[in-house]
Design a protein around this ligand. Structure first.
Ligand code: SF4
Length: 318
């Protein structure tokens, strides 16, 4: 059996319900729990959370034939990509590869796979079977946090991601979770290095999940999140360290924002979800009606003004 996100199941007609934001990617999760001990994660071997949840999302189980049949009959046109999240076990990776081969034989959608991949040979194998993008999660933005939360070697992980980024240009992605105890300059240093090595980066907001070690920890302040979103966006646009002013490793000011980026900020572009092409992950970190960290659709004029004011910085937006 394969887990499909509840929103994806509605979108492809396996659940009869309505949503206010349609997913543009079908999200699939494969594997029965994870062997890792990530303190924030519902799938961690140490969590007592419901295993049909990842972050805020519910993942009902379906037969692979039913998923394929629904995708073959799918006519609504919102979905343009399939994202497979393999849990951190060898068994989950093998099951994911088998599933990808199975749907690739009949479907044209590009497929992203997030998995624990640690060798060059395995990476090559994934691209050989037709995966379009491989996600290698870092989750924590500095060495100390990473090694405490994940228990693996941070430097080796970053080196591997960079090496793969240069080999498979713009086909390797990663993400960090904001709110685990990192600071803004940690994120700048890591993301600048990864972006310079052709790695696609995205951001999640820490979301407390019942049954995990961090179930009582708060979500990040919206001001921090907006600053990191804007900083990440500007790094992608080529801005350098000297364009940012950090005080005690916190971002205080951004200098020399140019006309083009000014225009994008005014339209809310830095606050949209980022990651693989056509991925919008509705309500992954957000409760309907609650704080919106990553916008899954274009911002309204009022939302643009709100997001800019949430930055709490005196940047000049013309
Ligand atoms: S590796 Fe991923 S799925 Fe496994 S426990 Fe950590 S965050 Fe959860």
């Amino acid at each position: 059996m394969i887990n499909l996100s509840y929103g994806s199941a509605i979108e492809i007609g396996l659940v009869n319900a309505t949503m206010d934001i349609n997913p543009t990617t079908a999200y699939i999760m494969i594997g029965n729990g994870c062997n890792n001990k990530c303190a924030f994660c519902s799938q961690s071997i140490e969590s007592t959370s419901r295993k049909d949840k990842l972050s805020r999302v519910l993942w009902p189980k379906y037969n692979k034939d039913d998923i394929l049949a629904s995708l073959l009959n799918y006519r609504r046109g919102n979905i343009k990509r399939i994202c497979v999240q393999a849990m951190g076990t060898n068994e989950a990776l093998e099951m994911s590869k088998e599933f990808i081969r199975y749907i690739k034989a009949s479907l044209e959608f590009p497929i992203s796979l997030s998995a624990k991949v640690e060798t060059e040979e395995e990476m090559k194998n994934l691209f050989d079977i037709g995966v379009d993008n491989v996600g290698l999660a870092i989750d924590a933005a500095n060495k100390e946090l990473y090694e405490k939360i994940k228990g693996n070697n941070f430097d080796e992980k970053v080196q591997f991601i960079k090496k793969m980024g240069n080999r498979y240009k713009d086909k390797i992605s990663t993400h960090i979770i904001i709110g685990l105890g990192e600071n803004h300059e940690d994120i700048f240093d890591l993301y600048k290095e990864l972006i310079d090595n052709n790695v696609t980066v995205s951001l999640f907001a820490f979301t407390p999940i019942k049954g995990t070690k961090l179930e009582n920890k708060k979500q990040p302040r919206i001001q921090d999140y907006r600053k990191v979103q804007l900083m990440t966006y500007l790094i992608k646009c080529g801005y350098k360290k000297e364009d940012f002013e950090f005080v005690n490793r916190e971002l205080k000011n951004i200098k020399n924002i140019k006309r083009k980026e000014n225009y994008d900020i005014k339209r809310g572009i830095p606050f949209l979800i980022s990651g693989c092409k056509d991925c919008n992950r509705p309500y992954y970190n957000e409760r309907p009606g609650g704080t919106i960290y990553n916008y899954s659709r274009e911002l309204t004029d009022d939302e643009c003004l709100k997001a800019i004011s949430e930055l709490g910085m005196n940047i000049e937006v013309r």
